[in-house]
Every structure is written in C-alpha cells, then in structure tokens.
Design a binder for this molecule. Sequence first.
Ligand SMILES: Nc1ncnc2c1ncn2[C@@H]1O[C@H](COP(=O)(O)OP(=O)(O)OP(=O)(O)O)[C@@H](O)[C@H]1O
Length: 526
Amino acid sequence: MTAVELAGITKRFPGVVANHDIHLTVRKGTVHALVGENGAGKSTLMKILYGMQKPDEGTITVHGEQVSFSSPADAIARGIGMVHQHFMLADNLTVLENVVLGSEKLHGIGGKARRRIKELSERYGLEVRPDVLVEELGVAARQRVEILKVLYRGATTLILDEPTAVLVPQEVDALFDNLRELKAEGLSVIFISHKLGEVLSVADDITVIRRGTTVGTAVPSETTPRQLAELMVGSELPTPETAESTVTDRPVITVDKLRMAAPGGKPLLDDITFTIHEGEVLGIAGVEGNGQTELVDALIGLRHADSGVIRLADEEITAWPTRKRREQGIGYIPEDRHRHGLLLEAPLWENRILGHVTEKPNAKGVWLDPKAAQEDTRRIVTEYDVRTPGIDVTAASLSGGNQQKLIVGREMSHKPRFLIAAHPTRGVDVGAQAAIWDHIREARREGLAVLLISADLDELIGLSDTLRVIYDGKLVADADPATITPEELGTAMTGSAEGHLEHEETPAETQADLSKSAESPEDEAR
Ligand SMILES: Nc1ncnc2c1ncn2[C@@H]1O[C@H](COP(=O)(O)OP(=O)(O)OP(=O)(O)O)[C@@H](O)[C@H]1O
C-alpha cells in the first residue's frame, strides 16, 4: 500500500531549479529516508508535501487520492504532519497546552484531551507527561512532544527533518524505537538526515536526491554508508581524525571560575575553569541545555558572567563588548544560525560583513567597502562550496547546509586566534563536513585555539585534542578522545559515566552521580 506518492515534482526559484521531476513513493508502515547533499532539494520537497510551498509541476497522491495543498492545514487534514528541526513549542506552557494549542476543536482542552494524550503516549512509547512545563524538558523529550502533537492532529505520515542532529546516541536509539512503534501501527515516516549510518539502521527505503532530482534508491541491508555517500555526493564518507598533535603550551584563552546564575538563582555556569592553548581544540560534550549556550554567550560577550575572569592571551577581556572581542581575534560560529549568525532577509554579501563591520576587507578606514566585501563573498562561496546562484540572493533562500557553510567561511576568513565553534557542521552534508573539518585542522596547525561544542559525537571525538563533559553548568569529567567511544561519551553526558573517564575534583555527590553505572563493578560491590 502506498501512503504518499510524489510524481514529477518540479519547483523553480529565481536562478535555481530546486526540484526537477522528482519521484518519491512512500509505502504505508515504513520509514523512508531522504538523503542528498546540501541544496539538493530535500526541504523544498517536504515543504511542498506539507503545503508550505506550491509545486510548479507534478502531482501529490495521498492514500491513492490526488490532492492539492494550499497550506499546512490542508496537509494536516490529509494526515500529513511535520516535525521541524527548530522546535516550535512554547516554553512557558505545559505539554498539554502545547499539544492542544490550535486544535482545541478536536478534544477540547480538558479531561478528554488529557486522556487522548496519555493514550497516544502509551501506544507509541513516547513517555509524554501532559502536565509538566515544556521549559523543564530536555531536547529529546521536547521532540517527543512535537511528535505527539502531530499525532494528536491525526497525522498518519510524519515528516521528520534531521531529527537526530540534537540527540546523543542513547536518545537516537530511543527515537528509533518510537519510529518502529509508529510503523508497527501502520504509520509512515519520512526522515531527512545527513547521518548515513543512522539512515541505514532505521530506514526501510532510501531515496537519494542530487541536484534537485531523484537519482536513485538504495536498499539499506545491501548498502554501506560509504556507498550511500558516493551516491549522494560522489565522494567518500569522511572520518574526522586528529592528525599529529599541534597543541602548544601557549595559552590563548583562559577561563577562571566563571559563574552565571538564572534570575531565580539557579546556577547556569558553575565554576567553569579551563585553558585552551595555541593549536588546541577543546571539545565540550554535553546534552543540550547544560550550560553550553551560557558559556558561549559569556565567551563572545553576549552575556556577562556574574563572576570569574576570561583572558585572551595576557589580556583580561571579561568586560569587553562583543565587537572588541571579535576585532581582537575571536571567531564565532553560533549554535542558532538564524538568530545569531545571519540576517536572513539580507543578501549574502551583507551577511559576509555581519559581525565584522570594522574589519578588513569589509572596511577601509572608517568606511565600509562594499566592493571588497562583495568580492570576498565570491571567494568564500567558491572556497566553501556555498551553492547559490549569486551573492545578491538573500540568506533565507539558501538551503540550511549552505547557510552554515557561509557562516563558517566568514568566520575562518578573519583568521581568528580563538574560534568558538558551536555545532560547526550541523545540517551540513558529509562532503562539506569533511571540508570544514579540514579548514579547522589547517587553522589549528597554524596555532588556532578552538572551543568545540557539538552534538555530533564522532566530530567531537575526532577533532578534539582535549574533551570535557559539561553537566548542569559544571565541567564534571575529562575524557580521552583517543580511546573513548561515542556510546561511552553519550553515557557520560547524561550524567553517568563508565571507566574511561577521569574525574575532576568535583563535589562528592557529582562524582558519585557520574560514576554510577548499572554494569560497573563498583556498583555490584556496593
Ligand atoms: N525560498 C527560496 N528562494 C530561493 N531559492 C530557494 C528557496 N528555498 C530553497 N531555495 C533553493 O533551492 C535549492 C534546494 O534547497 P533545499 O533547502 O530544498 O535543499 P536541501 O536539500 O534541503 O539542503 P540542506 O541539506 O542544506 O538542508 C537550493 O539551491 C536553495 O538555495
């Protein structure tokens, strides 16, 4: 049985054919993965299926019936649901309120709604509690609420846009279990991902899109990640490996006892202390929401810590504003590229100036130099393989991965001494990921110090010279990137670690927490 069929879909934007004669058949009760390099046209196709965009040509068939969508509401009415990559829940409302919001007509807002939520939660193993506030939930739990929200609206085909980008390995396994439950009940899932190993483990069918058109399908059981990468981008799957160490004993950035508290007094950063030297990548591992955002904000100067000292080489910069920090050589790849990295409605070349208005080549003396900025944008577009019809299109018209490449290119172009890299390759395809890793490694050889925050544990382990785990605003453990596995690191991040980790001097209770593990021999001895 076919759940959804897209046939002959074509969609043009000025200067770009985003989709060209795409064919996709999703069988009922399956997980169907959609893979392809950045800008291949995956999101566009899904926006068409979800009624956010109209195709120029082609047909959409849902459960055997041809349909035409003018809005997401039309798509939802036909059982198509979408879980976006940027979650859209209201923090200060409960799970129940978030789920029923906008769909009060279905089951009201009271007991009936609560019963329905519980029923869905149990049936698909989502473990969603209706009465907790969303702000109290971690990333994985929020994602399950989003999934429940679309199920509540009657979705029978769910579109998930890079759902695993923000999850640790254990959470990915749990999500995949949920997807299996959905399948078992006859629902279908379309899943966009750049993580090819995961695609092969969870998908029943795979469709590959290249340069706007479907170039083939792959049978997961007969395909390796390498072969899939080759189908996608015509290049091999990269592995990030720390080449010979380039770490020196010259400190670039020194952070001493940094503390920050929430308005209510809850500690967000608790006694954070570290040094990164020339030629060193310090990786910070942690589940989102354990202080990473606050640490990055404090380092780039978006927020000031309550106490503690930050030094760049020999100079104390704790009170410096953001612009001065950037001018003095701090580069910044933000975790949320839409909020902090780009002006979406401005052309690419203006985005190239963003954050670096007073620096060369954007400025000459006190004046902006648009010509030079434009020329340099062209260079970045070529060097970082930003797929775009030109530098005058808006940042919003680039695909997600290409937006990311532009930001990385901009920041690296200023030859920073210290780079704050939050998820530098999020949403980027395997080929571009390898290229970005190479750029970072090359700069490291020349003395760049990097603070790397990433949810991609292979990236974290492969690029870091030193690895530390952040938990509840504290740096709680060190890990050796040469020996730790992603699974072990994932365990450490969720607050319980196994043998590989060396513990810092942390309060006794934290240590106990961290070393707790069901299988550890000490536990059995206790
Ligand atoms: N609103 C728009 N206006 C102009 N061009 C667009 C628009 N949306 C997408 N495009 C272009 O269409 C092409 C396909 O983009 P799309 O976002 O579908 O790619 P993708 O496969 O999802 O990429 P990624 O993996 O980077 O998310 C790109 O060249 C992009 O620049």
